[in-house]
Write a protein that binds this ligand. Structure first.
Ligand code: NAD
Length: 501
């Protein structure tokens, strides 16, 4: 059995770390391969190569950099089916959803192909007499990305294409649960003509994360994962003088008003709650429903939850695969049990779901819990599994109050036929990404992605215009070219706006 190891200096590299851990097929519980747990020395090697690579890559013309991005895009399109199968095998999500995450990552690559325009500067001709001013953005050097298990392709592609297009070298620390996609991407970058060392991968756990956060040559850190780790990464990287964006967990509310099309809302909520077995940071895990239509909505949701086809991700026609580990299954089922014990009503119970022929798999069926209250553990915690809570509220204002009282602020959606209600919700809700009759409002690549409150630490959202700013710093040049045949004007001894006029 092989071990998934690193990619350093443009080629596969063995680990100097002492440990490794199994990578499991979540639909059987069997070991597929092992992943190396890298060491601080591995990080040193990757960063040293990246420092040298950033030096030359940043000096390459924008046109040359764009041509590598275009080639990478083409290779990624051609490899979609193979990569989707790899993702589905290690993560467990259904193939169509794995293809979908590649498509969303591809969109960011396409955005980054426009780097010549994205990095266009500003110029003030004659800002003062004989003086011109120009502003430009320059790359940072070596930047690191630390990514979660739930999107092993999309999240690295939220970061790396923009960082690389801007002229940086990028070091990726993928999740140890589904590490193989990272090496697949590294190989594509290399085949696209990216110089050695501009994209590297170091596999591992906290040891590698800490080595990156402390490394003096890592200028910036992008992190996506759970809130406690995001908070730690933000604090540690900041304390070491790095620029950092750390995206955390979520609890996303889908608010359904009495005037909404209930069939449509139920359909959208079902897919958004149970797609990818609820292991999406933008999954809608709470339906906040106006009391007058709650019974009617719950009937519709229950009908649809029972119809979800749960099977291994590679099964044609499957809607939903297993969750990532046996521990995740236990935790999710425990939260469902606690909801029942704390007074909520279990309408559809996915605990104990067994898929014939896959008895060792980590399956949890779609679960619908009604009459959930904010003090219930199933509401307070990020479940990150196929569990939809229903919280009943009297009206829109109460719904907004509930959403705003939640510590997370990643995404939310409103289902309504009222423009006035939509406008009120959009303006008052304290959440970074808002959908109006759109259940999972992940922004397209030329806008930026990010939550508020405990869903993001740092000022900057990822990809889009904010991604470009995050991976670059501004430089302003003020220049004066005295006429060589005329006497020079006397220099001023005082600092004054008048001096330049
Ligand atoms: P995680 O926080 O366990 O792991 C994320 C990364 O951090 C991994 O690379 C992991 O190896 C590393 N890590 C884990 N524990 C660490 C520690 N103690 N110290 C240093 N590094 C550590 O998250 P996960 O389980 O892989 O992913 C699921 C979580 O990610 C959920 O909370 C989900 O909401 C969140 N997520 C958020 C977004 C977003 O955009 N806000 C997107 C995807 C996932």
């Amino acid at each position: 059995m092989t071990t998934v190891a690193h990619w350093i200096d443009g080629k596969p590299a063995a680990s100097t770390g002492t440990g490794e851990q199994p990578v499991l097929d979540p639909s059987t519980g069997e070991t597929i391969t092992h992943v190396a747990l890298g060491s601080a020395e591995d990080v040193d090697r990757a960063v040293a190569s990246a420092v040298a690579a950033a030096e030359t890559w940043s000096q390459m013309s924008l046109g040359k950099r764009a041509s590598v991005l275009f080639a990478f895009r083409q290779l990624l399109v051609g490899a979609t089916d193979e990569l989707a199968a790899l993702v589905s095998r290690e993560h467990g999500k259904v193939l169509s959803d794995a293809r979908g995450e590649i498509a969303r990552g591809l969109e960011v690559v396409e955005f980054a192909c426009g780097v010549p325009q994205l990095l266009q500067g500003e110029f003030s001709d004659g800002a003062a007499t004989g003086i011109d001013v120009l502003s430009s953005r320059e790359p940072l050097g070596v930047v690191a990305g630390i990514t979660p298990f739930n999107f092993p392709v999309m999240v690295p592609l939220w970061m790396s294409p923009v960082a690389i297009a801007a002229g940086n070298a990028f070091v990726l620390k993928p999740s140890e649960r589904d590490p193989s996609a990272s090496l697949f991407l590294a190989d594509l970058w290399s085949r696209a003509g990216l110089p050695d060392g501009v994209f590297s991968v170091v596999q591992g756990d906290r040891v590698v994360v800490d080595a990156l956060l402390h490394h003096p040559d890592v200028e910036a850190v992008s992190f996506v994962g759970s809130t406690p780790v995001a908070r730690y990464v933000h604090a540690t990287a900041s304390a070491h003088g790095k620029r950092v964006q750390a995206l955390g967990g979520a609890k996303n509310h889908g608010v359904v008003l009495a005037d909404a099309d209930l069939d449509d809302a139920a359909e959208q909520l079902t897919a958004a709650a149970f797609g990818a077995a609820g292991e999406r940071c933008m999954a809608l895990s709470v339906a906040v429903v106006e009391e007058s239509v709650a019974d009617a909505l719950v009937v519709r949701l229950a009908e649809r939850a029972r119809a979800v086809r749960v099977a291994p991700g590679s099964t044609p026609g499957a809607d939903m695969g297993p969750v990532i580990t046996a521990a995740a299954k236990r935790r999710i089922e425990g939260l469902v049990t606690s909801a029942q014990e704390q007074g909520a009503t279990l309408v559809v119970d996915g605990r104990g779901t067994v898929v014939p022929g896959h008895e060792g798999g980590f399956f949890v069926g779609p679960t619908l819990v009604d009459h959930v209250r904010p003090e219930h553990d199933v509401y307070r915690e990020e479940v990150f599994g196929p569990v939809l809570d229903v919280v009943r509220v009297p009206d829109l204002d109460a719904a907004i109050e509930l959403v705003n009282a939640n510590p997370y602020g990643n995404g939310t959606a409103l289902f309504t036929a009222s423009g006035e209600a939509a406008r009120r919700f959009r303006r008052r809700v304290k959440v970074g990404m808002v959908g109006i009759n759109v259940p999972i409002p992940v922004p397209v690549a030329w806008h930026s992605f990010g939550g508020w409150k405990d869903s993001l630490f740092g000022e900057s959202h990822v990809y889009g215009p904010e991604g470009v700013r995050f991976y670059t710093r501004g430089k302003v040049v003020t220049q004066r070219w005295p006429h060589r045949d005329r006497p020079a004007a006397p220099a001023s001894f005082h600092f004054s706006g008048d001096a330049q006029k």
